[in-house]
Design a protein around this ligand. Structure first.
Ligand code: PCA
Length: 327
């Protein structure tokens, strides 16, 4: 409650300071994004901004700030909730510590292909949107990363090889995964990943081929194990008050842009998945499937993580999985 009141007050303050609504004047929106400018998520952020300008006849003029340059990844959601910026993008399951339901896309081995991930999102969408409404947010579009696997600086065949390794995690679920494998998790933004590997703050992590490619991790690491444990999603969200203050026509224009961007972004993600692996290999990394012993351990940990998630996400979480499994 207190949070909501503070949020509303901050939003009103910032609106008065920066923008004029419902009088036909164009609004300039800064849109912080967490990942590299050349990453497909960020490129689609720019595509979205262009489409929004088109479909709203210039009423909404979005400037994309990629790479955590305006707000670091960990601060973007709060900046939107409090109206410091109207819109932004972030990794959804990074917010699962605050709202467990948002970890729906981080459940190991439940939806390991783009098709299944899309079906899971269909099953989760309404519940997730209701959760986001409670956080003063409206999701405009989401876009999946390629499947998640493990990066190491040596060959790894089982948890016997992972004990004591410093592991870069990106949310609480990946920290749990690391601990279960005897590693020491440290949460680091993708934007800071190269530096963390260079300085030895971490020497392993879980991610897609995409982030390894963006951060040229072959300079520090040697092995990538494909696991496809899950395909997490980024989402572009807007502050609820700012959204509600737009007229219906402007909202429709923005949503049309969001829908088109979402479809294009998901297709690009799928198209690039193998390109990233090829690039890791070209740059000297060994890219291979996780071995049977390691995979069996990961599956066991994964099943426990899903059970833990269901405990925190409650009946809403179970309903998402039931709907997914019924299709
Ligand atoms: N890259 C992001 C999140 C998931 C992914 O593939 C990262 O590692 O931060």
């Amino acid at each position: 409650m207190t949070i909501l009141k503070t949020t509303t007050a901050a939003v009103v303050g910032s609106l008065m300071a920066t923008t004029v609504f419902a009088d036909g004047h164009a609004q300039s929106w800064d849109m912080p994004m967490a990942y590299a400018a050349t990453n497909f998520h960020s490129e689609h952020g720019v595509m979205f901004a262009d489409l929004v300008r088109d479909y709203t006849d210039g009423a909404i003029d979005i400037t994309v700030h990629p790479g955590g340059s305006l707000f670091g990844g960990g601060d973007i959601k709060r900046a939107i909730q409090t109206g410091q910026v109207p819109i932004g993008e972030r990794f959804m399951s990074a917010h699962a510590n605050e709202a467990p339901l948002l970890g729906w896309d981080n459940l190991p081995f439940i939806a390991t292909s783009y098709e299944d991930n899309a079906r899971l999102w269909e099953a989760a969408r309404d519940t997730v949107n209701a959760q986001l409404a409670d956080l003063n947010l409206v999701a405009l579009y989401t876009c999946p990363w390629p499947g998640q696997g493990f990066y190491f600086n040596k060959e790894v065949n089982s948890s016997a090889d992972t004990q004591g390794i410093k592991f870069r995690s990106y949310n609480s679920a990946t920290a749990t995964f690391a601990e279960e494998l005897g590693m020491i998790p440290v949460q680091i933004e993708a934007a800071e990943l190269s530096q963390a590997l260079a300085t030895g703050v971490a020497s392993a992590f879980i991610s897609s081929g995409s982030t390894g490619y963006d951060r040229q991790v072959w300079e520090h690491l040697s092995h990538y194990y494909k696991v496809n444990a899950w395909l997490p999603r980024n989402y572009v969200m807007v502050n609820t008050q700012i959204w509600n203050d737009l007229d219906a026509e402007t909202q429709a224009g923005i949503q049309k842009a969001a829908d088109e961007t979402s479809a294009s972004c998901a297709a690009k993600s799928a198209e690039l998945a193998n390109f990233y692996f090829d690039e890791l290999e070209k740059n000297g990394m060994t890219v291979q499937d996780a071995g049977p012993d390691f995979l069996a351990e990961l599956e066991k940990i994964g099943a426990q993580m899903t059970a833990d998630w269901l405990e925190t996400a409650g009946a809403d979480g179970q309903a998402i999985l039931d709907a997914y499994n019924a299709n």
